[in-house]
Design a protein around this ligand. Structure first.
Ligand code: EPU
Length: 429
């Protein structure tokens, strides 16, 4: 298994290109199941989760072609995927595939809407919490589907097609909102979603569906209205920048010091996180091409933050913020309200010298003057990258184990950091 070795203490200087968003790419790829025409996605990041979803969609009969390079493009640009679901050959998503990536459960919406049936394995728990699918099933029922569960599988049927309905989410859910958008686009009649997720990735998926001929309004607000259409067509769509990758590198710069331009991204995608970074002492400036982050010689100020659905502070940046605050000049408090078990990084950060006390959903972080390198490992994507950030600012060598988690969501992480002066290398085997 690969490891990553980091020698800390180098401020980051230079430019980091931000990739297309993983959490938009996955539902956009799944949306290709809704049409027999070709959906072309540009700016797709090269990630393990994207490759796995290609495999899963292939199983349903989606042909996927990866576009060749165009003049002026480098291998660092995102890839272009051509996805064609001319004929769905299998409406079952088996356990061995769904259990490897939760988002693959979302195929249930398009399969049901287009084929009138779907059999999808229940995803099961994962390192950051129990993560049930009850609200996704509620969506399908509200649209007229019959739902049964059998031997770990969800069986969804709508032999006469789905019909529009009213969906009121008792809590904000990204996956539930994606499922509602995709299924209702092909339903007969109008669907109204209340308390919809407002994440930028929802807006991106709605934009793409509208290019495919869907009639969705209100994406990005809590109320989304969808007028169903009988069929969708192909489209070409560019995936929006990854706000979590942007925020992660912003925290790395805030932690190590230095001055980095995060290129091809937008501040409005993560304003709440950038506001917290400013409070912590970083200088944030939006430019024509991206967001510039720098930190002067002063220390990091402590912060109090609670994670919340967009536009609040994202749970996907909570671990990285904890790494940053571990060296603040004072005591910070971080409360996690989205996932009940998303503190797996705490014990590993403590191994690097952080002082963190956990009480229920709140972590109290007493800033220390320095962290010291150590061997560490983590159990999920964002936790792993928080260890990388901490290691970049720690004294001496840190070895991060189980880096396959990082490969799920961060494209060319070591290359991007090395180009800014970090001492980081991958050790294979
Ligand atoms: N929930 C339910 N029932 C459901 C669905 C969700 O109770 O049927 C709960 C969840 O357990 C959680 C809350 O609702 O407590 C919000 O979960 P949500 O459905 O919004 O999360 P998700 O769609 O499963 C996506 C991202 C996550 C990100 C969350 C929150 C993708 C592929 N995943 O997950 O990203 O943390 O939204 O913003 O978009 C990551 O990239 O590392 C990651 C975990």
């Amino acid at each position: 298994m690969d490891r990553i070795r980091i020698i800390g203490g180098h401020p980051l200087q230079g430019t980091i290109p931000i990739s297309g968003a993983k959490n938009a790419t996955l539902p956009l790829m799944i949306a290709s199941l809704l049409t027999q025409d070709t959906l072309v996605l540009e700016n797709v990041p090269r990630l393990a989760d994207v490759r796995l979803l290609q495999h899963i969609l292939g199983n349903h009969g989606v042909d996927i072609m990866i576009g060749g390079k165009r003049p002026g493009e480098s291998t660092h640009d995102g890839q272009t995927l051509h996805l064609s679901a001319g004929r769905i050959v299998d409406t079952t998503a088996p356990y061995d595939l769904v259990s490897r990536m939760r988002a693959s459960f979302w195929v249930i919406g398009p399969l049901l809407a287009r084929m009138g049936e779907a059999k999808v394995s229940m995803p099961g728990g994962c390192a950051i919490g129990t993560r049930p699918v009850d609200l996704l099933l509620m969506v399908l029922e509200r649209l007229g589907a019959e739902i049964a569960t059998d031997s770990g599988y969800v069986l969804a049927r709508a032999p006469k097609g789905l019909r529009g309905g009213s969906i009121v989410f008792p809590k904000v859910t990204v996956g539930g909102t994606h499922t509602a958008l995709m299924a209702a686009s092909l339903a007969n009649g109008t669907t109204v979603i209340d308390n919809a997720a407002r994440e930028p990735e929802i807006v991106d998926v709605a934009d793409c569906l509208n290019k495919m001929g869907a009639r969705i309004s209100g994406a990005g607000t809590s109320r989304i209205v969808i007028d169903g259409v009988p069929r969708l067509s192909g489209a070409r769509h560019r995936v929006l920048p990854d706000r979590i990758e942007t925020g992660t590198y912003a925290m790395a710069v805030a932690m190590t010091g230095g001055n980095v331009l995060l290129e091809n991204t937008r501040a409005d995608l993560l304003q709440a996180a950038l506001d917290v970074l400013t409070t912590a002492g970083a200088v944030v400036a939006e430019t024509n091409t991206g967001v510039r982050i720098s930190r002067n010689g002063h220390g990091i100020a402590p912060v109090t933050v609670t994670t919340a659905p967009f536009p609040g502070f994202p749970t996907d940046l909570q671990a990285q913020l904890m790494a940053l605050t571990s060296r603040a000049q004072g005591t910070s408090r971080i409360t996690e309200t989205i996932f009940e078990n998303r503190f797996m990084h705490v014990q590993e950060l403590v191994r690097l010298g952080a002082r963190i006390h956990l009480d229920g959903e709140t972590a109290t972080i007493e800033g220390v003057e320095k962290l010291k390198g150590a061997p560490v490992m983590a159990t999920d994507l964002r936790a792993s990258v928080s260890l990388v950030i901490a290691a970049l600012a720690a004294e001496g060598e840190t070895m991060v184990h189980r880096v396959y988690h990082l490969d799920r969501g961060f494209e060319r992480l070591e290359d991007k950091l090395v180009a800014c002066g970090a001492e980081i290398e991958r050790i294979s085997g």
